[in-house]
Design a protein around this ligand. Structure first.
Ligand SMILES: Nc1ncnc2c1ncn2[C@@H]1O[C@H](COP(=O)(O)OP(=O)(O)OP(=O)(O)O)[C@@H](O)[C@H]1O
Ligand SMILES: [Mg+2]
Length: 364
């Protein structure tokens, strides 16, 4: 493999720390963590950043797992690089050489000796994105490296000591992959020492509008368009949409909206959210119903959604619903405990107990 080809193949797999640094402004790199659930996550990241133990980041697509991994590295105090490898894009035949390196002549095409990603991340963090996609044969080798803290390049016998913090991310349920025989249980336990769960955007409604404003700023700057504002209807639409593609979808929606906005105003039609114009109408109708104090409608909606959940119940359904109710009330009340307690019809003490249980405030 020539040097240029090697570099090119690396670039496809790697997201270098400053890949877009020439176009990204300080604002573009900023994180938004406004919702209490996100603030709790931020605190968790900062608490575990300095440990050397592996971290497993789970969350739906587009929730910000890579951003969390980068923040973890920035806060770790580790001087080496943040090296990101997309395990889903690693060709199976090259995965071992890419990760662990190889000696010249160790296989056809290996014309020169090369260090693998593990060595490149020495003193820093190796981010294994989509770790669930690693072939089983590589999983065994990865486990060994994590246990021994040394790598052996293909074609070499000499182990090389490495000091690398491994952070893995997945949007599939690895415990299910273990049951299905697609992921090694021992590796799963090894990676799952510290677990960070990035909630879907719909579970942290307090982030939606701050993120929308943030992306407006980023894309206004990048596209050199005039400043644009969201109409109240557009804001309501964003707030009520389900966001299956999470933050990445929100980012794309704002980008597109800026391109079609007229006279600096973003209206619902500029957002082009699937089925969302009707959703706004439904939301407006249900707001109107709530205002006329017919409590029945929203509770009926919840009952219907529960029936859907019961047909394929997630684990710990009751606990998750309780967490959802508490976190939504807390966000709705702008993190005001008295007000959130009033919304739920419970005492402030009872609320505090729940907030602690769900890590929405730090235990004292
Ligand atoms: N808290 C945040 N503040 C600002 N921008 C964010 C935040 N979280 C995510 N983003 C942006 O949203 C986009 C998606 O984030 P990221 O790539 O980290 O998600 P992911 O969970 O790794 O997605 P996937 O599972 O598809 O790989 C990126 O452009 C990222 O910069
Ligand atoms: Mg990612």
């Amino acid at each position: 493999m020539s040097t240029t080809a090697a570099t090119r193949s690396r670039d496809q797999l790697l997201t270098h720390p400053g890949t877009h640094s020439n176009v990204l402004t300080g604002r573009a790199k900023a994180f938004i963590f406004s919702d209490p659930l996100s603030r709790a996550l931020l605190q968790e990241i900062e608490q575990v950043a300095r440990a050397d133990a592996p971290v497993l980041i789970t969350g739906e697509t587009g929730t910000g797992k890579e951003l969390v991994a980068r923040h973890l590295h920035d806060q770790s105090g580790r001087k080496g690089e943040f090296v990101a490898v997309n395990c889903g894009a690693l060709p199976h035949s090259l995965a071992e050489a890419e990760l662990f390196g190889h000696q010249a002549g160790s296989f056809t095409g290996a014309t020169e000796t090369r260090a693998g990603w593990f060595e490149s991340a020495t003193g820093g963090t190796l981010f294994l994105d989509e770790v669930g996609d690693l072939p089983l044969s590589i999983q065994v080798k990865l486990l060994r490296v994590l246990q021994e803290r040394e790598v052996v390049r293909i074609g070499s016998r000499r182990p090389i000591l490495i000091d690398v913090r491994v952070v893995a991310a997945t949007n599939i349920d690895l415990s299910e992959a273990v049951i299905a025989g697609r992921f090694r249980q021992d590796l799963y336990y090894r990676l799952n020492v510290i677990r960070l769960t990035v909630p879907p955007l719909s579970a942290r409604p307090g982030d939606i509008l701050p993120l929308a404003e943030h992306f407006l700023g980023v894309y206004q700057e990048r596209l050199q368009t005039e400043a644009a504002v969201l109409t109240p209807e557009a804001r309501r639409l964003l707030q009520n949409y389900r966001w299956p593609g999470n933050i990445r979808e929100l980012e794309n929606v704002i980008h597109r909206a800026l391109l079609t906005a007229q006279e600096g105003v973003i209206r619902p039609e500029n957002l082009r959210l699937e089925g969302a114009l009707e959703a706004v109408q439904v939301a407006a109708d249900s707001d109107a119903r709530a205002a006329s104090s017919t409590l029945g409608a929203p509770l009926d909606t919840i009952a219907a959604q529960l029936d859907r959940l019961f047909s394929d119940p997630p684990s710990d359904l009751l606990g998750r619903i309780e967490e959802l109710v508490v976190s939504r009330a807390y966000a709705h009340a702008g993190s005001n405990q008295m007000q959130a307690a009033r919304l739920l019809g419970i005492s402030r003490n009872a609320l505090r107990t729940l907030l602690r249980r769900f890590n929405l405030i730090t235990p004292v």
